[in-house]
Design a binder for this molecule. Sequence first.
Ligand code: NAP
Length: 251
Amino acid sequence: MQPNLLILAGTTEATGLARAVADRGLQGTVSFAGRVARPLRQPLPQRIGGFGGVAGLQSYLQEARITHVIDATHPFAAQMSRNAAHACAGLGVPLVTLTRPPWTPVTGDDWIRVPDIAGAVAALDRPRTRVMLAVGRMHLADFAPNPQHDYVLRLVDPPDDPLPLPEAEVVVDRGPFTESSDRALMLRHGTQLVVSKNSGGSGAYAKIAAARALGLPVVMIDRPETPARAEVHDVGAALDWIAHTGTDLGV
Ligand code: NAP
């Protein structure tokens, strides 16, 4: 039996895996939540939108005859990862997580570590500061209790709705970013504090390196808890897992 993969996407890693899978002539589908207006074109068939919880995902896996699931969602997409773990365990479909290791502080970093978004909101309960808030569109409203700050927000799409923060400049850009361009953005805005998720990976690291270079503190939001799971950290390891998982896949 040939493998038929489901790649849960929304990250650079997922796009890289889809390309490698297509290059090898393997069959698979890339799944997006539908949060971004223009998802990057994929070299494999794609589907968009939630599955409808664990039960909906299980129905999809059965109807589409999926043999392997690769959870390559963002480390903060914890609900999707939990659902995938439960759905696959229930059906006996092999699952692996392709994820980036978290960043760790190096000499010169000034991190204020917080456990979650609520912790970051609490850390911003301070007098007016110029803040680069890099948490994504979905979490902006959480920061409404701190309207006193002058924010710069970097978003993949222009916001549809009025911003929940009265003083915010929006920069629309999907990256990848560089340390020098992020340093320039921070200098132009007069940034005094950066708020970031601990996403890991290289593209989003530019702002952390830029903050270090400028001596700025970073409120670093730790990753949410996820169920114990098999993890790989690069596309090659994910391909190896596909090749060696299942009994008679012949890949
Ligand atoms: P989430 O809270 O874990 O997921 C909420 C619901 O969205 C899931 O239960 C599922 O709906 C649906 N969903 C999420 N990812 C999906 C996927 N790849 N394919 C189909 N349905 C999906 O996720 P999130 O934090 O909103 O992130 C949504 C997407 O954006 C993910 O694909 C993630 O990789 C990407 N992303 C997230 C972040 C972040 O910081 N959270 C950053 C960059 C990219 P059902 O229960 O109906 O199946």
